[in-house]
Design a protein around this ligand. Structure first.
Ligand SMILES: [Zn+2]
Length: 178
């Protein structure tokens, strides 16, 4: 009998992560502990000044995304998987995703939760064959400036800063060559 393996593990979604001061209360500390970057700080390692909002964003001089690629069928996932959603195998390897891409689909979001600035452009970007969901940034959020097939490139932006000055860095895509 085949063992039953959950496709998605118990990792905490990035939007549940807490960026407040460490030790402010109990429950969020558990969530922080589940974030390897913050856990590193709790364990007394060198404090990073910039940390990625999602763990598949690699910062540094050449920011890029890293996907988990199924070694059996080549399917790529950005979240951690115990098994491939495409073929069910359980072996993955890390692969760098090209930073240049083309907009395959987009929608201009006009209504959002309170505090989220609108309008903004949510897009599906093809980066060398890997589909990436991200917002378009540094572009006017209207149909005159956003088109299907437009060339874009990965760009990072500061999402928030905690009390110690550590910046949370998110990513989006901006027009390429413009
Ligand atoms: Zn697979």
């Amino acid at each position: 009998m085949r063992p039953v393996i959950p496709v998605v593990g118990p990792a905490v979604p990035w939007d549940r992560w807490v960026w407040g001061p460490i030790g402010a209360d109990e429950a969020p500390a558990v969530r922080r502990w589940n974030n390897p970057l913050i856990r590193s700080r709790l364990q007394g390692d060198e404090v990073a000044e910039k940390i990625p909002l999602v763990d598949y964003l690699v910062l540094g001089s050449n920011p890029h995304l890293v996907a988990n690629e199924c070694t059996s069928c080549g399917a790529r996932f950005f979240d951690r998987r115990n098994a491939c959603a495409s073929c069910g195998k359980i072996e993955f390897k890390k692969v760098d995703v090209p930073t240049a891409g083309e907009v395959r689909a987009f929608t201009i979001v006009s209504f959002a939760a309170p505090g989220v600035p609108v309008p903004y452009v949510a897009a599906l970007v093809d980066c060398g064959g890997t589909s990436v969901r991200g917002n378009l940034i540094n572009v006017e959020p209207d149909p005159d400036h956003v088109t299907l097939g437009m060339p874009v490139q990965l760009a990072t932006q500061v999402i928030g800063t905690d009390e110690s000055g550590t910046e949370a860095i998110g990513f989006g895509f901006e027009p390429r060559g413009g």
